[in-house]
Design a protein around this ligand. Structure first.
Ligand SMILES: [Fe+2]
Ligand SMILES: [Fe+2]
Length: 173
């Protein structure tokens, strides 16, 4: 059985994962409207992953005798100014999520809930990967800036990144 404190902390993380999914969905839509389909595809895929992170937590909380609560979500912004700024935000957002996972892991130790501690190691590893991927993409886009030709090539490049990261996900499972 989960302690009330840990149940609350897990529910907070459920909300963060759901909001992350919305943020990336909004980025996907913005990129799609701007005509950059590779970037849009990358963001749609990332949005799905965040929903999967959320669902995994929902199931876990309920399995352990808690109640996963589905809450209202903060609306993401709908305009991202430039692709460079958008990828900067993606990177910063992943750092924010990593920090919140770390705080959550800390609560499991306080509550001496080693099963949840163990369960959360998947998220710790996932955040390392996502931060690394976000940094790689950001480094690339920083080289390009808002140069139209560069963006066009980048849009094709990022489709390759999606394929590679999907391959490494399957390999890791
Ligand atoms: Fe996530
Ligand atoms: Fe993420």
């Amino acid at each position: 059985m989960l302690s009330k404190k840990l149940e609350k902390a897990l529910n907070d993380q459920i909300q963060i994962e759901a909001e992350s999914s919305q943020v990336y969905l909004s980025m996907a839509s913005w990129a799609e409207v701007k005509g950059l389909e590779g970037i849009a595809g990358f963001m749609y895929g990332h949005s799905d992953e965040e929903r999967m992170h959320m669902l995994k937590l929902v199931k876990y909380v309920n399995e352990r005798g808690g109640h996963a609560k589905i809450s209202t979500l903060k609306a993401p912004k709908t305009d991202f100014v430039s692709f460079q700024k958008m990828f900067e935000e993606l990177y910063q957002h992943e750092i924010f999520v990593s920090n919140s996972i770390n705080d959550l892991v800390h609560v499991t130790l306080q509550e001496k809930d080693y099963a949840t501690h163990n369960f959360l190691q998947w998220y710790v590893a996932e955040q390392l990967e996502e931060e690394a991927l976000a940094r790689t993409v950001l480094d690339k886009i920083n080289l390009i800036g808002d140069d139209k030709g560069g963006l066009y090539l980048f849009d094709r490049d990022i489709q390759q990144l999606i394929v590679e990261s999907a391959a490494s996900d399957t390999a890791g499972e």
